[in-house]
Design a protein around this ligand. Structure first.
Ligand code: TRP
Length: 331
Protein backbone atom coordinates (compact mmCIF):
# COMPACT_ATOMS: atom_id res chain seq x y z
CA UNK A 1 0.00 0.00 0.00
CA UNK A 2 1.22 3.45 -0.81
CA UNK A 3 2.07 5.46 2.24
CA UNK A 4 0.12 8.68 2.64
CA UNK A 5 2.50 11.60 2.91
CA UNK A 6 2.10 13.54 6.11
CA UNK A 7 1.21 17.18 5.66
CA UNK A 8 4.11 19.57 5.88
CA UNK A 9 4.16 22.30 8.54
CA UNK A 10 6.69 25.11 8.61
CA UNK A 11 7.26 27.99 10.97
CA UNK A 12 9.98 30.38 12.04
CA UNK A 13 10.79 32.52 15.03
CA UNK A 14 13.05 35.56 15.23
CA UNK A 15 16.05 35.45 17.57
CA UNK A 16 15.33 38.87 19.02
CA UNK A 17 15.79 37.74 22.62
CA UNK A 18 15.00 34.99 25.04
CA UNK A 19 11.54 33.58 24.49
CA UNK A 20 8.74 34.51 26.84
CA UNK A 21 5.97 32.34 28.19
CA UNK A 22 3.92 33.95 25.41
CA UNK A 23 6.24 32.62 22.68
CA UNK A 24 6.23 29.26 24.37
CA UNK A 25 2.47 28.86 24.81
CA UNK A 26 1.61 30.66 21.58
CA UNK A 27 4.13 28.90 19.37
CA UNK A 28 6.93 26.60 20.44
CA UNK A 29 4.88 24.37 22.74
CA UNK A 30 2.46 23.69 19.87
CA UNK A 31 5.37 23.10 17.51
CA UNK A 32 6.50 20.25 19.71
CA UNK A 33 3.06 18.69 19.73
CA UNK A 34 2.67 18.99 15.94
CA UNK A 35 5.78 16.87 15.39
CA UNK A 36 3.80 13.71 16.01
CA UNK A 37 1.25 14.22 13.26
CA UNK A 38 3.03 16.32 10.66
CA UNK A 39 6.29 16.58 8.83
CA UNK A 40 7.62 19.72 10.50
CA UNK A 41 10.29 22.28 9.67
CA UNK A 42 11.19 24.98 12.17
CA UNK A 43 13.83 27.63 11.89
CA UNK A 44 15.43 30.65 13.51
CA UNK A 45 14.69 33.64 11.28
CA UNK A 46 17.98 35.50 11.78
CA UNK A 47 17.87 37.18 8.35
CA UNK A 48 14.61 38.82 9.36
CA UNK A 49 16.20 40.21 12.50
CA UNK A 50 18.65 42.23 10.38
CA UNK A 51 15.75 44.52 9.45
CA UNK A 52 15.99 46.21 12.85
CA UNK A 53 19.31 47.64 14.03
CA UNK A 54 20.72 44.81 16.09
CA UNK A 55 24.25 44.55 17.42
CA UNK A 56 26.15 41.82 15.53
CA UNK A 57 27.52 40.05 18.62
CA UNK A 58 24.08 40.08 20.18
CA UNK A 59 22.46 38.67 17.06
CA UNK A 60 24.99 35.86 16.89
CA UNK A 61 24.52 34.89 20.53
CA UNK A 62 20.76 35.12 20.42
CA UNK A 63 20.58 33.05 17.26
CA UNK A 64 22.51 30.20 18.87
CA UNK A 65 20.60 30.53 22.13
CA UNK A 66 17.28 30.46 20.29
CA UNK A 67 18.35 27.38 18.37
CA UNK A 68 19.35 25.70 21.64
CA UNK A 69 16.01 26.74 23.13
CA UNK A 70 14.06 25.03 20.37
CA UNK A 71 15.94 21.84 21.17
CA UNK A 72 15.41 22.42 24.90
CA UNK A 73 11.65 22.81 24.33
CA UNK A 74 11.50 19.37 22.77
CA UNK A 75 11.80 20.07 19.07
CA UNK A 76 13.44 16.80 18.17
CA UNK A 77 15.94 16.86 15.30
CA UNK A 78 15.16 13.20 14.63
CA UNK A 79 11.52 14.04 13.99
CA UNK A 80 11.63 17.56 12.61
CA UNK A 81 13.85 19.62 10.40
CA UNK A 82 15.35 22.39 12.52
CA UNK A 83 17.73 24.97 11.14
CA UNK A 84 19.01 28.54 11.08
CA UNK A 85 17.70 30.57 8.13
CA UNK A 86 20.98 32.28 7.19
CA UNK A 87 22.85 28.97 6.94
CA UNK A 88 20.74 28.02 3.92
CA UNK A 89 21.44 30.27 0.95
CA UNK A 90 18.31 29.39 -0.99
CA UNK A 91 16.12 31.71 1.11
CA UNK A 92 17.79 34.94 0.02
CA UNK A 93 17.98 33.72 -3.59
CA UNK A 94 14.31 32.85 -3.89
CA UNK A 95 13.45 36.05 -2.10
CA UNK A 96 15.08 38.04 -4.93
CA UNK A 97 13.19 36.13 -7.60
CA UNK A 98 9.90 36.53 -5.76
CA UNK A 99 10.46 40.23 -5.16
CA UNK A 100 9.89 40.73 -8.87
CA UNK A 101 6.37 39.37 -8.51
CA UNK A 102 5.68 41.27 -5.28
CA UNK A 103 3.85 44.54 -5.70
CA UNK A 104 4.97 47.78 -4.11
CA UNK A 105 1.37 48.67 -3.29
CA UNK A 106 0.76 45.37 -1.47
CA UNK A 107 3.96 45.71 0.56
CA UNK A 108 3.07 49.31 1.45
CA UNK A 109 -0.17 48.12 3.00
CA UNK A 110 1.42 45.66 5.45
CA UNK A 111 0.44 46.77 8.96
CA UNK A 112 3.64 45.41 10.49
CA UNK A 113 5.71 47.50 8.07
CA UNK A 114 3.69 50.61 8.86
CA UNK A 115 4.01 49.97 12.63
CA UNK A 116 7.72 49.29 12.52
CA UNK A 117 8.37 52.22 10.19
CA UNK A 118 6.58 54.48 12.66
CA UNK A 119 8.47 53.05 15.64
CA UNK A 120 11.90 53.12 13.95
CA UNK A 121 11.48 56.27 11.87
CA UNK A 122 15.26 56.69 11.67
CA UNK A 123 15.74 53.24 10.10
CA UNK A 124 13.05 52.55 7.52
CA UNK A 125 15.33 50.35 5.43
CA UNK A 126 14.49 48.38 2.29
CA UNK A 127 14.76 45.08 4.19
CA UNK A 128 11.96 46.14 6.50
CA UNK A 129 9.86 46.82 3.42
CA UNK A 130 10.61 43.53 1.64
CA UNK A 131 10.46 41.47 4.87
CA UNK A 132 7.24 39.71 3.77
CA UNK A 133 8.90 38.59 0.50
CA UNK A 134 11.67 36.83 2.43
CA UNK A 135 9.02 35.26 4.63
CA UNK A 136 7.19 34.06 1.51
CA UNK A 137 10.44 32.51 0.26
CA UNK A 138 10.91 30.73 3.62
CA UNK A 139 7.52 29.13 3.28
CA UNK A 140 7.33 28.42 -0.45
CA UNK A 141 10.79 26.81 -0.67
CA UNK A 142 9.57 23.91 1.46
CA UNK A 143 6.19 23.52 -0.28
CA UNK A 144 4.59 23.82 3.15
CA UNK A 145 0.94 22.81 3.45
CA UNK A 146 0.35 24.77 6.62
CA UNK A 147 1.97 27.58 8.57
CA UNK A 148 1.22 28.08 12.26
CA UNK A 149 1.58 31.76 13.10
CA UNK A 150 0.26 34.31 15.50
CA UNK A 151 -2.36 36.85 14.54
CA UNK A 152 0.38 39.41 13.82
CA UNK A 153 1.69 37.28 10.93
CA UNK A 154 -1.66 36.52 9.30
CA UNK A 155 -1.36 39.34 6.82
CA UNK A 156 2.11 38.14 5.79
CA UNK A 157 0.75 34.67 5.18
CA UNK A 158 -2.09 36.08 3.09
CA UNK A 159 0.55 37.99 1.13
CA UNK A 160 2.49 34.74 0.63
CA UNK A 161 -0.60 33.02 -0.71
CA UNK A 162 -1.29 35.84 -3.18
CA UNK A 163 2.33 35.89 -4.28
CA UNK A 164 2.44 32.12 -4.83
CA UNK A 165 -0.82 32.23 -6.77
CA UNK A 166 0.38 35.10 -8.96
CA UNK A 167 3.72 33.40 -9.64
CA UNK A 168 2.06 30.06 -10.45
CA UNK A 169 -0.39 31.63 -12.86
CA UNK A 170 2.29 33.61 -14.66
CA UNK A 171 5.03 30.96 -14.84
CA UNK A 172 3.18 27.67 -14.33
CA UNK A 173 2.66 25.54 -11.22
CA UNK A 174 5.74 25.98 -9.00
CA UNK A 175 4.66 26.53 -5.40
CA UNK A 176 2.15 24.97 -3.10
CA UNK A 177 -0.20 27.68 -1.79
CA UNK A 178 -0.01 27.33 2.01
CA UNK A 179 -2.90 27.43 4.46
CA UNK A 180 -2.77 29.09 7.85
CA UNK A 181 -2.72 26.66 10.75
CA UNK A 182 -5.03 27.91 13.44
CA UNK A 183 -3.52 27.13 16.81
CA UNK A 184 -5.78 25.84 19.57
CA UNK A 185 -7.17 28.36 22.06
CA UNK A 186 -4.95 30.22 24.44
CA UNK A 187 -2.50 31.21 21.76
CA UNK A 188 -2.24 34.72 23.11
CA UNK A 189 -0.67 35.38 26.49
CA UNK A 190 -1.10 38.87 27.91
CA UNK A 191 1.18 41.04 30.04
CA UNK A 192 1.03 40.22 33.76
CA UNK A 193 1.07 43.92 34.58
CA UNK A 194 -1.16 45.34 31.85
CA UNK A 195 -3.35 42.41 30.84
CA UNK A 196 -4.92 44.21 27.88
CA UNK A 197 -1.48 44.22 26.20
CA UNK A 198 0.28 41.21 24.70
CA UNK A 199 3.12 39.75 26.82
CA UNK A 200 6.33 41.09 25.32
CA UNK A 201 9.99 40.56 26.10
CA UNK A 202 10.71 44.16 25.14
CA UNK A 203 8.49 45.47 27.94
CA UNK A 204 10.44 47.72 30.30
CA UNK A 205 8.73 46.21 33.32
CA UNK A 206 10.30 42.77 33.81
CA UNK A 207 7.38 41.77 36.02
CA UNK A 208 5.11 41.95 33.00
CA UNK A 209 6.58 38.90 31.31
CA UNK A 210 7.91 35.46 32.18
CA UNK A 211 11.11 34.52 30.42
CA UNK A 212 11.24 30.86 29.56
CA UNK A 213 14.50 30.72 31.55
CA UNK A 214 13.24 32.41 34.73
CA UNK A 215 13.74 30.25 37.80
CA UNK A 216 11.01 29.01 40.09
CA UNK A 217 11.23 31.77 42.71
CA UNK A 218 11.15 34.49 40.06
CA UNK A 219 8.20 32.92 38.26
CA UNK A 220 6.15 32.53 41.42
CA UNK A 221 6.93 36.05 42.49
CA UNK A 222 5.89 37.49 39.12
CA UNK A 223 2.57 35.64 39.28
CA UNK A 224 2.01 36.82 42.84
CA UNK A 225 2.35 40.39 41.63
CA UNK A 226 0.17 39.87 38.56
CA UNK A 227 -2.43 42.60 38.14
CA UNK A 228 -6.00 41.35 38.59
CA UNK A 229 -9.16 43.14 39.69
CA UNK A 230 -10.98 44.03 42.88
CA UNK A 231 -13.33 41.04 42.79
CA UNK A 232 -12.73 37.69 44.43
CA UNK A 233 -13.99 34.91 42.21
CA UNK A 234 -11.80 32.95 39.86
CA UNK A 235 -14.15 33.04 36.88
CA UNK A 236 -13.52 33.80 33.24
CA UNK A 237 -15.59 36.84 32.41
CA UNK A 238 -15.53 39.87 30.12
CA UNK A 239 -13.58 42.69 31.72
CA UNK A 240 -11.55 40.46 34.07
CA UNK A 241 -8.51 40.61 31.78
CA UNK A 242 -5.92 39.74 34.41
CA UNK A 243 -7.81 36.73 35.75
CA UNK A 244 -8.78 35.63 32.24
CA UNK A 245 -5.12 35.62 31.27
CA UNK A 246 -4.12 33.55 34.32
CA UNK A 247 -6.98 31.10 33.72
CA UNK A 248 -5.91 30.74 30.10
CA UNK A 249 -2.29 30.07 31.01
CA UNK A 250 -3.29 27.52 33.64
CA UNK A 251 -5.79 25.86 31.32
CA UNK A 252 -3.33 25.51 28.42
CA UNK A 253 -0.57 24.05 30.56
CA UNK A 254 -2.70 21.66 32.60
CA UNK A 255 -4.96 20.70 29.68
CA UNK A 256 -8.01 21.46 31.84
CA UNK A 257 -10.96 23.31 30.34
CA UNK A 258 -11.90 26.76 31.61
CA UNK A 259 -14.99 25.48 33.50
CA UNK A 260 -12.79 22.83 35.13
CA UNK A 261 -10.37 25.51 36.26
CA UNK A 262 -13.21 27.65 37.63
CA UNK A 263 -14.53 24.66 39.53
CA UNK A 264 -11.13 23.80 40.94
CA UNK A 265 -10.77 27.28 42.45
CA UNK A 266 -14.35 27.73 43.60
CA UNK A 267 -14.35 29.33 47.03
CA UNK A 268 -10.63 30.05 46.86
CA UNK A 269 -9.17 33.52 46.55
CA UNK A 270 -6.90 35.11 43.99
CA UNK A 271 -3.88 34.53 46.23
CA UNK A 272 -4.22 30.74 46.14
CA UNK A 273 -4.97 30.82 42.44
CA UNK A 274 -1.94 32.94 41.56
CA UNK A 275 0.26 30.62 43.55
CA UNK A 276 -1.11 27.58 41.74
CA UNK A 277 -0.59 29.18 38.33
CA UNK A 278 2.95 30.22 39.26
CA UNK A 279 3.82 26.74 40.49
CA UNK A 280 2.35 25.08 37.40
CA UNK A 281 4.30 27.36 35.06
CA UNK A 282 7.48 26.86 37.10
CA UNK A 283 7.09 23.07 36.92
CA UNK A 284 6.48 23.19 33.18
CA UNK A 285 9.53 25.37 32.49
CA UNK A 286 11.94 23.62 34.83
CA UNK A 287 13.01 20.82 32.45
CA UNK A 288 13.35 23.34 29.62
CA UNK A 289 15.67 25.47 31.71
CA UNK A 290 17.75 22.43 32.59
CA UNK A 291 17.85 21.19 29.01
CA UNK A 292 18.86 24.63 27.82
CA UNK A 293 21.72 24.82 30.27
CA UNK A 294 23.05 21.46 29.16
CA UNK A 295 22.55 21.97 25.42
CA UNK A 296 23.85 25.52 25.17
CA UNK A 297 27.01 24.52 27.02
CA UNK A 298 27.73 21.81 24.47
CA UNK A 299 28.96 23.89 21.54
CA UNK A 300 30.03 20.88 19.50
CA UNK A 301 26.59 19.29 19.72
CA UNK A 302 24.88 22.55 18.80
CA UNK A 303 27.12 23.06 15.80
CA UNK A 304 26.58 19.50 14.67
CA UNK A 305 22.80 19.97 14.90
CA UNK A 306 22.61 23.24 13.02
CA UNK A 307 24.97 22.01 10.32
CA UNK A 308 22.91 18.88 9.86
CA UNK A 309 19.76 21.03 9.72
CA UNK A 310 21.34 23.31 7.11
CA UNK A 311 22.23 20.35 4.90
CA UNK A 312 18.76 18.85 4.95
CA UNK A 313 17.10 22.26 4.52
CA UNK A 314 19.34 22.92 1.53
CA UNK A 315 18.59 19.61 -0.11
CA UNK A 316 14.83 20.21 0.13
CA UNK A 317 14.78 23.91 -0.71
CA UNK A 318 17.29 23.81 -3.57
CA UNK A 319 14.86 21.66 -5.57
CA UNK A 320 12.18 24.35 -5.37
CA UNK A 321 14.71 27.08 -6.07
CA UNK A 322 15.96 25.27 -9.20
CA UNK A 323 12.41 24.91 -10.42
CA UNK A 324 11.63 28.59 -9.84
CA UNK A 325 14.83 29.66 -11.62
CA UNK A 326 13.98 27.52 -14.61
CA UNK A 327 10.43 28.83 -14.76
CA UNK A 328 11.47 32.48 -14.85
CA UNK A 329 14.13 31.88 -17.50
CA UNK A 330 17.38 31.85 -15.54
CA UNK A 331 20.17 29.60 -16.76
N1 TRP B 1 7.97 36.85 10.68
C1 TRP B 1 7.81 35.83 11.66
C2 TRP B 1 7.71 36.47 13.05
O1 TRP B 1 8.31 37.48 13.32
C3 TRP B 1 8.98 34.87 11.66
C4 TRP B 1 9.05 34.17 10.35
C5 TRP B 1 9.96 34.36 9.37
C6 TRP B 1 8.18 33.14 9.91
N2 TRP B 1 9.73 33.53 8.33
C7 TRP B 1 8.64 32.77 8.62
C8 TRP B 1 7.06 32.51 10.45
C9 TRP B 1 7.99 31.79 7.87
C10 TRP B 1 6.40 31.54 9.71
C11 TRP B 1 6.87 31.17 8.42
O2 TRP B 1 7.02 35.92 13.89
Amino acid sequence: MEEVRKKRILSGIQPTGIFTLGNYIGAVRNWGQLQEDYECAYFIADLHSLTVAIEPAKLRKQTLDSFALLLACGIDPNKSLIFIQSTVNTHAQLSWILSNSAMFGDLSRMTQFKDKAARHADNVNAGLFTYPVLMAADILLYQADMVPTGADQKQHLEFTRDLATRFNSRFGQTFKVPEPYIAPAGAKVMSLQEPTKKMSKSDENVNSFISILDDEAVIINKFKRAVTDSEKEVVFREGKDGINNLITIYSVITGKTIPEVEKEFEGKGYGDFKLAVGQTVADELKPIRENFKRISADKAYLEEQYKKGAEIAYSISSRTLAKAKRKVGLI
